[in-house]
Design a protein around this ligand. Sequence first.
Ligand code: NAD
Ligand code: DAU
Length: 339
Amino acid sequence: MRLLVTGGCGFIGANFLYAMRQRHPDWLLVNLDKLTYAGNPGSLRALENEAGDRYVFAHGDICDRKCVTAILNDHKINAVVNFAAESHVDRSIDDPSPFVVTNVLGAQNILDCARRAKVGRVVHVSTDEVYGSLGPTGQFHESTPLAPNSPYSASKAGADLLARACHETYGQDIVVTRCSNNYGPFQFPEKLIPLMYAKATKGESLPVYGDGQNVRDWIFVDDHCRGVELALLKGRAGAVYNFGGASEMKNIDVVRTILRLTGQDENLIRFVADRPGHDKRYAMNFDLAAKELGFAPSVSFAQGMERTIAWYQANSVWLDEVQSGAYLTFMDRWYKERT
Ligand code: NAD
Ligand code: DAU
């Protein structure tokens, strides 16, 4: 396999590249990443050192037709996994524009270039947030109508519909995956779990939105990566697959777990103004992925959190390095406005 992975310097992309290198050492892995504030080439240093000519990094934008086409042709790519995106809901509330550019136009460019270059398969990585919000019961199925509530999820839903249209119109080989909340190594500390870890270890207050009762279905990142790999290797062209962790947790309980694992006091918890349009609950039904792909999450929330906290403890330099520049500018303003 000669695989193009986009957004490989981000959280899930980096974990995916390491997993593919380990399980398929003969594959060529090409990583196209724009290196936005969320892209960190340092996350892939070990892969770069170890993989030799089986790993190539290309600095570029998925919106750039010339760049994407050249990569597909020069490396004779036969499959693409598109992770590249603007991924943080709060930033999309602050400014939706870059989300529409990368998540809609960039995704469309990837689909278009792949079709013209006759690439075999595109796996488009999407999210459970395209379904909107659940009440206290029920689950999202692949047939649940799309009802995105944030600019981020609307942009992801737009790309999902383009992927569907390309399959229907051109017969293009595209598989869409929708996963619930990931956590694990290399996650950028603007997202709940690494943010709360970073704040707890500095003894800073932990900003919980609203009443902390919102529920997310947490999945350890390795399990998501396995799902994407299965979709790439075994997915049905034109299919959509849900992945979830079967691990529903209230935000406040996630925060308490982090405080317990870091030995910090619950007095650090501070309830702040809610996220506008905050989805109440996500829960994924992944029966289809279980049946057609053999997908099942293998890491419990307790195991995954222990591994995650241990990783952040052992990688404090990585964490310090990413908490600078553009990161601080947004975070300072965002949280000042909420407290
Ligand atoms: P991330 O923000 O950590 O990483 C995104 C990466 O994409 C970064 O390396 C960034 O530099 C790169 N990028 C951004 N714009 C680009 C562009 N125009 N061209 C090339 N590269 C660009 O994101 P993540 O959390 O790793 O999410 C990866 C994908 O998985 C996204 O598509 C996201 O929607 C999806 N997803 C994430 C989760 C989650 O819990 N994090 C869950 C389900 C789906
Ligand atoms: O569900 C999949 C999605 O999960 C992905 O598509 C997104 O890319 C990813 O960012 C994530 O979105 P969420 O909005 O669910 O994740 P986040 O970590 O931002 O927030 C998780 C929950 O924690 C959410 O209910 C909001 C809450 N929260 C978050 C932050 C950053 C807080 O209470 N305080 C905070 O400071």
